[in-house]
Design a protein around this ligand. Structure first.
Ligand code: DCP
Ligand code: MG
Ligand code: MN
Length: 323
């Protein structure tokens, strides 16, 4: 009985709105659905129809409303909504969230907040930012500017050019700097998502306790990359890690994501192993270490009980220890 009361309520509301409630639901459907034209036509027909509609059967008499639409009108009259539309909205929310989250620096929470405010696409977000309706932080602004570029993979041939460029800048600015391009490039993948670079210096070790030596090294190197025009923007810049944007010179070059990490020389091989990945291999090796009573990280390998460090002069050393 409660259900039928509720249904009567819905009928009443639909009727009182003079078909507007049903028409607006159909209009929304026309925006998100494949049967666009049928919905738009039905919405329009309902709006100009003088008499309030109290059943699907009644609506079928109106030109532009077929049995499919009549059935949906019965659903709206009974439930107050159209479950098909609610489902479609949920799906399109998922799509909108995914699109917004593709911006570096926009996470799930921020994306949900934006969708809540009706911002459902990158184009829409750009418009809202331009109109000062949405405020993004500096990193998000950079992320949004290059979002489509960052989604494009970097072919191996271009990765070689980045490697050469970094190597040339290293030689020019700080020839004693140690530098390895890691990530998927070092695994020999045919294309890469970004450029992952590990740096260190023979004079920079954990034993020499200059707390900020790594920071100075990283800042000095990144500054030289900026001066040369290779690095074009920052996303995050700490003492051990730089995340930013780079671009090779010349026409038709895309902006690429660049990650640089700086470690003391005695941690270099652990850093290389970590930063080369794959992420899955890293997980496997860290689990193997745990089984052996050791802890493996990008900073080293140590005995969990005694805290004693296991040194390594190459990645091979680390593989051997964990074999
Ligand atoms: N890494 C990890 N665990 C993570 C993320 C990263 O161990 N959750 C390590 C392994 C990765 C390396 O850092 O190889 C670099 O991270 P990227 O996200 O740049 O991944 P890849 O370079 O492997 O792949 P892509 O081509 O997508 O950049
Ligand atoms: Mg990478
Ligand atoms: Mn990376």
């Amino acid at each position: 009985q409660l259900a039928s009361c509720k249904a009567n309520d819905n009928v009443l509301q639909c009727i009182q709105s003079g078909n507007e409630r049903i028409a607006s639901i159909f209009e929304e459907m026309s925006v998100v659905q494949k049967l666009r034209r049928a919905y738009a036509k039905a919405a329009q027909a309902l709006r100009v129809h003088g008499e309030p509609i109290a059943s699907g059967a009644q609506a079928k008499g109106i030109a532009g409303i077929g049995s499919g639409m009549a059935g949906r009108i019965d659903v709206i009259l009974a439930t107050g909504e159209l479950s098909e539309l609610e489902e479609l909205k949920r799906d399109s929310d998922v799509i909108a969230l995914r699109e917004l989250r593709s911006v570096h620096g926009i996470g799930a929470v921020r994306a949900a907040e934006l969708v809540e405010r009706g911002i459902r696409s990158l184009a829409h977000l750009r418009e809202a930012v331009a109109k000062n309706q949405v405020h993004l932080d500096a990193a998000q602004v950079v992320g949004l500017r290059h979002c489509e570029e960052f989604m494009k993979r970097i072919p191996y041939a271009e990765m070689l050019e980045h490697h050469q460029k970094l190597e040339a800048l290293r030689l020019k600015n700080n020839p004693s700097l140690l530098l390895t391009v890691c990530g998927s490039y070092r695994r020999g993948r045919p294309d890469c998502g970004d450029i992952d670079v590990l740096i260190s210096h023979p004079d920079y070790t954990t034993a020499k306790r200059d707390a900020n030596a790594g920071g100075k090294l990283l800042h000095g190197f990144v500054e030289s990359l900026k001066t040369s025009g290779y690095v074009t923007a920052d996303l995050a810049f700490g003492n051990t890690k730089f995340m930013g944007v780079c671009r090779l010179s010349g026409e038709d070059r895309l902006h690429r994501r660049l990650d640089i990490r700086c470690l003391p020389k005695d941690q270099y091989h652990f850093g290389m192993l970590y930063f080369t990945g794959s992420a899955a291999l890293g997980v496997k090796m860290r689990l193997k270490a745990i089984e052996m009573g050791l802890t493996l990280s990008e900073y080293g390998l140590e005995n969990r009980r005694t805290g004693e460090k296991v040194a390594a002069n190459s990645e091979k050393d680390i593989f051997r220890t964990l074999a």
